[in-house]
Design a protein around this ligand. Structure first.
Ligand code: ACO
Length: 448
């Protein structure tokens, strides 16, 4: 198969959200900490009728319907998630309900888990399958689904929730440049979920930021090395039209792009103009460790990269700023923002993506975009996703109600023998919702 990549996408996020400005005031944080300090506008969350299974059922069903894909045409289904509902039964098996109904049980693939990286692992599995000798000519389907919730405290405003479904096959408008990839995998305790009785992670916030930036540097180094070996010329951020980052919160994305420019400066790459060179030169002798600690470097590099950030990164930030960290779906929601904002100008463009999952696993990889043929065209993907409509139809909860919902969800996590309110008034038609968990922990869903 040739030009393998993403043919179609659909995104779902809960219609329930809380404004960061209101949350900031409610939490007693200083004004501007969540909005300017973290760079976030709004945060989506699941109420008691939604979870990662219902969101992924909604995203998959909607994708199949809107692109008129026969469920029999799916030969591989891979799910990326770090939200544990069952320690053995995969989310993929819940999604099989959609396919069994149509007589298709011949579908490979299970779930992939490592923090926010599982979606990328799932996507690579599907792309590799289509490129391999075991491919049977049918589509791959990737689902990233997560509900990111944190205990009360500084990490709470960095939650979010969403599911993204992506159809994978040949002759795609979004093609993998599979040769250009750099990974960095290592052992770290920056963010992990050792307490199986709680949905909340244990997080060392400062360490997780440094781990993220170190992983970015290392992936970029390997990525550039492979590019140079194959293309015979140096890679710099000038060779990328857009750069998409895993987005726990927007401030880290701003810092990440600045860090790439600093990398280019240290490699003496052509992307760095004379003004930037002059401003960054005082930092050229810092050791790696010192460079992660230097507030001045952070400030100056963000300053000199600002206009490039506005051109290459800003169009990718809409959904992550409005919905929050969606863990495995976060990177792909950022990419979806780019398609939403720029779909008519993307043909021929190269997009570099950086995927990071704490613990830690990370990869930088490259996509090449083409307009494509209906229904698998960039403009149709933008129409189907209808990001503007979905953002507009949301319902803002006051912080008190958000906190109340989190308390109820803590109580419900791992629980059995309850029925939900079945209140789907805020959900749009076609959305799946949880109705009951019975005495055997079996979960039941309905579709609005
Ligand atoms: N106005 C404007 N900016 C402000 C204000 C204010 N009133 N108050 C604080 N700020 C700024 C700070 O200067 C800081 O920005 P800087 O880093 O550019 O200096 C920012 O707001 C955050 O303030 P901190 O004091 O650093 O925040 P805190 O330590 O309380 O929490 C953190 C931030 C660590 C990110 C926390 O939310 C967290 O742990 N989140 C989860 C971990 C995470 O997402 N890690 C990322 C990679 S791993 C993953 O994807 C899960």
């Amino acid at each position: 198969a040739k030009n393998v990549g993403v043919l179609a996408m659909e995104i779902y996020f809960p219609p329930t959200c809380v404004q960061q400005e209101a949350l900031e005031a409610h939490d007693g944080a200083s004004k501007g900490k969540y909005t300017i300090g973290l760079g976030q506008d709004c945060m989506a969350f699941c109420t008691e009728v939604e979870d990662v299974i219902s969101m992924s059922l909604t995203a998959v069903t909607s994708l199949l319907e809107k692109y008129t894909i026969d469920p029999k045409q799916i030969g591989r289904l891979e799910v990326g998630s770090e939200t544990v509902i069952d320690k053995s039964k995969s989310i993929k098996t819940f999604l099989m309900q959609i396919f069994e109904k149509c007589g298709n049980t011949d579908i490979e693939g299970v779930d992939s888990t490592n923090a926010c990286y599982g979606g990328t692992a799932a996507l690579f599995n599907c792309v590799n399958w289509v490129e391999s000798s075991s491919w049977d000519g049918r589509y791959g389907l990737v689902v990233c689904t997560d509900s990111a919730v944190y205990a009360e405290g500084p990490a709470r405003p960095t939650g979010g929730a969403a599911a993204i479904a992506m159809l994978v096959g040949p002759d795609a408008p979004i093609v993998f440049e599979s040769k250009f990839r750099g990974s960095h995998m290592s052992h770290a305790y920056d963010f992990y979920k050792p307490n199986l009785a709680s949905e909340y992670p244990v997080v060392d916030g400062k360490l997780s930021q440094t781990c993220y930036l170190m992983a970015l540097d290392t992936c970029y180094k390997y990525f550039c090395y492979k590019y140079e070996k194959l293309e015979g010329k140096q890679f710099s951020i000038s060779d990328a039209d857009y750069i998409v980052f895993h987005s726990p919160y927007n401030k880290l994305v701003q810092k990440s792009f600045a860090r790439l420019l600093f990398n280019d400066f240290m490699r003496n790459a052509s992307s760095v103009d004379d003004i930037a060179k002059e401003k960054l030169s005082p930092f050229s002798n810092l050791t790696g460790d010192e460079s992660y600690q230097s507030r001045d470097l952070e400030k100056v590099s963000q300053q000199v990269s600002k206009s490039l950030y506005d051109a290459k990164v800003q169009p990718t930030t809409l959904i992550p700023k409005q919905v929050g960290n969606m863990y495995t779906a976060s990177l792909y929601a950022a990419f979806a923002s780019l398609i939403h904002n720029k779909h008519s100008e993307l043909a021929g463009k190269r997009v570099i993506l950086f995927s990071y999952g704490s613990g830690l696993t990370s990869t930088m990889f490259s996509l090449r975009l083409h307009e494509g043929q209906h229904p698998f065209s960039l403009s149709n993907i933008a129409t189907v996703m209808n990001v503007a409509g979905k953002l507009k139809w949301r319902h803002e909860f006051p912080p008190e109600k958000f906190v109340q919902t989190m308390k109820l969800m803590e109580h419900r996590y791992g629980a059995k023998d309850f029925v939900t309110s079945k209140d789907c008034g805020l959900l749009s038609p076609g959305t799946y919702y949880l109705t009951e968990v019975d005495s055997m922990y079996r979960r039941f869903y309905s579709k609005k």
